[in-house]
Every structure is written in structure tokens, then in C-alpha cells.
Ligand binder design. Structure first.
Ligand code: ARG
Length: 400
């Protein structure tokens, strides 16, 4: 009997064509794996389509909770945002998909894994490197990287092989989405001068359609993990979904980013990440309250490293484990509540409290109850300014 391949299957045109193509070109029996990490449309329809096109088996896994707990929340604790803008939704999903592909290959005794990534993006790197790290014995095939078909040719191939092609004009965009965000590329967005048209957005309301009144949300954190809203405990997935809905309704989370891909291309990416934008901002606000100045500064450097590592497909590495251990340690007092105001595309921090707050009213106040010893300041300044005075004596400031 011919070998089996586990194909990461989204139900879209490319991965549907890949089912037939893998059969024809490599004589493989195709088992599809569709991973649900949130915001996937009709999973049963996707499964049926895989079987109809020719898969010998079509599997669907619900990995929403694992995604949030083991990938999204560690990134949130790290404040990982790529190039200061992209909360890494797609990038965080790929290592999980790679791991599930490997697990499925082992269960199904398959020796090959396939995915629909092209040769121009970051996703191929994330899946290939992930699989290689977890199961070096498996071979990876990326049909769309090999077949060299244009979109028109792919459609012709589909029609010739009786693969259903959407009757309505296919979306001009290339979209990837999960619980943490939605990535949108291609079409009119490729001209960096074009304002993204309203149809590029699906999760966030345009500002002229957002409510006339602000909404407030109290987000409770325990050790850097969001655990409740408005004083009510919530499971991770439900919590993220709830923040997503509220923030999206207020038009929060649109990001328009000229991004540096790992493969050397600059690309224009339009993201929607309502939950990520709100939770990252709230988490950072709580850290501002409970971490010392030096911790905050050092942690910000770690955040940049961590974000790059996630973006660059290096999740399954010792470096990731080491960064995660540092981040975990910083989170032991990141417990408290942050109040945010959601209004007209903005998420504003308007209140914060924590049993571990380092904000000391009696030190900060200018009113009565001031405990700060102002008499000690001249001595402190005398020593602090010593190097400046010493240098200025010998090396005076040049005139303007
Ligand atoms: N540029 C983003 C990233 O590398 C988004 C990629 C979207 N992927 C996709 N297959 N549409 O993470």
C-alpha cells in the first residue's frame, strides 16, 4: 500500500488542490488534519470537503484551549509583540499546528507531512522547523512551494479534478485567523499607499459605527494570566472571546504594519487583534504597577528577543524554554485588576490595583501624609551629580 501523508488542511483552494496533487505527484494517501484554534468557519463542512476531494481520512482537532494556555498566554506574559506592532497570532499558531501534525503522523504511522505554505512567507519556516525539531525523521512536502502554479492555473487544476471552487468571486485577500488575531495580505493591500478598504476588516467596527458611549472592562490577572472579567472568573478561551467581542465592537485592534519577514521581504500586513491589543495593554499596565524599574527595562529587552524568536519559527528550542523561564519568574507578583475604557478605537487604561503594588501613595503624594524625606534629596543629588561636575570642570560644554 502507498505511504500516508498528513496534510494540514484549511478547506481553502490551495490545500484542497494539494490533496489531489499529493496523490498524483507522490502517490500518497492523504489524511487531512484541520486544527481549530478559533474563528474557523464550519469545521464539519471542511471535513466533508476533504473526503469529497479524495482524502482517505479527515481529522479535526479542537486545540483552542491548548493554543491559549500554552502559546498565547506565555506570549502575553512576555509582552511579545513583533516590531512593536504585530501580536503574533499566526506566528503563535504555527508551532502548535506543527506539533499536532507530528502527533497525528505518529498515530497514523505516516512518514510524510504536508502543508499549504508558499515559499515566500514565514509560515513555511515555522512549520518546517517545528516538525524538524520535534520529529527529524519525518519528511515535509509543501506542494504550493513546488508546483509553480499561478492562481488561475490552480483554479484550472481544481476544475479539471472536480475540486469545488467557490462560486462567488474568491476573496481578493489572503487571510489567516485564530483566537489571537486575523492576518490579512494581498489584493489592494499590496500597494502600501492604499488605505485598507472596509472589507479588509471582519472583526472590528469602523469608527463611525462604534457605540456612542464607552464601555469599561475590569480585567483580573493572576501571575500574569488573565483569569476574570468584572470580578467573574472565566476560562481562558471564553475570556479571550469576550474581550475580542467587546473590543471589536468599539473598533479596537486594527494594525497596519510594514513588516520585515524572515525571508528578507518587506510586506504590508493588515491585522485585527482586538483581544490581543486590550490584554497586552492591560498586562503591561499591571506590570508597570508591580515590577521594579530595572525589571521592566530588562523584561522589555527580553520581550523583543522573544517576539523575534516566535516570529522566526524557533518556538521549539532551548532558547524559548530559557526565555519562558525568565518570563515566568517575573510574573510571580503580576496579580491584580486593570480597568480599561474602550471607546472609538482606543483602549485606555483608567485604573489599576494589586495587593503587590509598588505604587506607594505616601511616597507619591504632594498632600498631607507625605512620607518622602525631602531633606535627604540634596545629599543624594550631590553624589548623583558628582561625575557630571568632575567632567565639566575639565571638559567644559562647547558653546552653542
Ligand atoms: N505576516 C504574518 C506572519 O508572518 C501573517 C502571515 C499570514 N499567513 C497566511 N498564511 N496568510 O505571521
Amino acid at each position: 500500500m502507498s505511504d500516508k501523508v498528513i496534510l494540514a488542511y484549511s478547506g481553502g483552494l490551495d490545500t484542497s488542490v494539494a490533496i489531489k496533487w499529493l496523490e498524483e505527484k507522490y502517490s500518497l494517501r492523504v489524511v487531512t488534519l484541520t486544527v481549530d484554534i478559533g474563528n474557523v468557519p464550519d469545521l464539519e463542512a471542511i471535513r466533508q470537503k476533504a473526503l469529497k476531494v479524495g482524502a482517505v481520512k479527515a481529522l479535526v482537532v479542537d486545540a483552542k484551549e491548548t493554543f491559549i494556555k500554552s502559546f498565547v498566554f506565555p506570549a502575553l506574559q512576555a509582552d511579545a509583540v513583533y516590531e512593536g506592532q504585530y501580536p503574533l497570532a499566526t506566528a503563535l499558531g504555527r508551532p502548535l499546528i506543527a506539533r499536532l501534525l507530528v502527533e497525528t503522523a505518529r498515530k497514523e504511522r505516516a512518514r510524510v507531512i504536508a502543508h499549504g505554505c508558499t515559499g515566500k512567507g514565514n509560515d513555511q519556516v515555522r512549520i518546517d522547523v517545528g516538525v524538524a525539531a520535534l520529529a527529524p525523521e519525518l519528511k515535509v512536502i509543501a506542494p504550493a512551494r513546488e508546483w509553480n502554479m499561478t492562481r488561475e492555473q490552480t483554479i484550472e487544476y481544481a476544475l479539471a479534478h472536480k475540486i469545488p471552487v467557490p462560486v462567488t468571486r474568491a476573496s481578493p485577500y489572503s487571510i489567516d485567523q485564530n483566537l489571537w488575531g486575523r492576518s490579512n495580505e494581498c489584493g489592494v493591500l499590496e500597494d502600501a499607499w492604499n488605505e485598507p478598504p472596509e472589507d479588509a476588516f471582519a472583526w472590528t467596527k469602523a469608527l463611525n459605527e462604534t457605540p456612542a458611549r464607552p464601555a469599561y472592562l475590569e480585567i483580573g490577572f493572576e501571575k500574569g494570566i488573565p483569569v476574570g472579567l468584572g470580578g467573574r472568573k472565566l476560562e481562558p478561551v471564553a475570556l479571550v472571546q469576550k474581550v475580542h467581542d467587546m473590543a471589536g465592537r468599539h473598533g479596537i485592534g486594527r494594525i497596519d504594519h510594514i513588516e520585515n519577514r524572515l525571508v528578507g521581504i518587506k510586506s504590508r500586513e493588515v491585522y485585527e487583534a482586538p483581544a490581543a491589543v486590550v490584554l497586552l495593554k492591560a498586562h503591561q499596565a499591571l506590570e508597570d504597577l508591580v515590577l521594579a524599574k530595572e525589571q521592566l527595562r530588562f523584561k522589555a529587552k527580553v520581550a523583543t528577543e522573544y517576539a523575534d524568536l516566535i516570529y522566526n519559527g524557533l518556538w521549539f528550542t532551548s532558547m524559548r524554554q530559557d526565555l519562558a523561564a525568565y518570563v515566568e519568574s517575573t510574573q510571580r507578583y503580576v496579580t491584580g485588576t486593570i480597568r480599561v475604557k474602550l471607546f472609538k478605537g482606543n483602549c485606555q487604561i483608567v485604573g489599576r490595583k494589586s495587593p503587590y503594588s509598588l505604587y506607594d501613595f505616601s511616597l507619591a503624594t504632594y498632600d498631607k501624609g507625605d512620607a518622602f524625606d525631602q531633606g535627604a534629596s540634596p545629599g543624594f543629588i550631590h553624589i548623583w551629580g558628582l561625575p557630571a561636575r568632575t567632567q565639566a570642570k575639565v571638559q567644559p560644554e562647547p558653546p552653542e
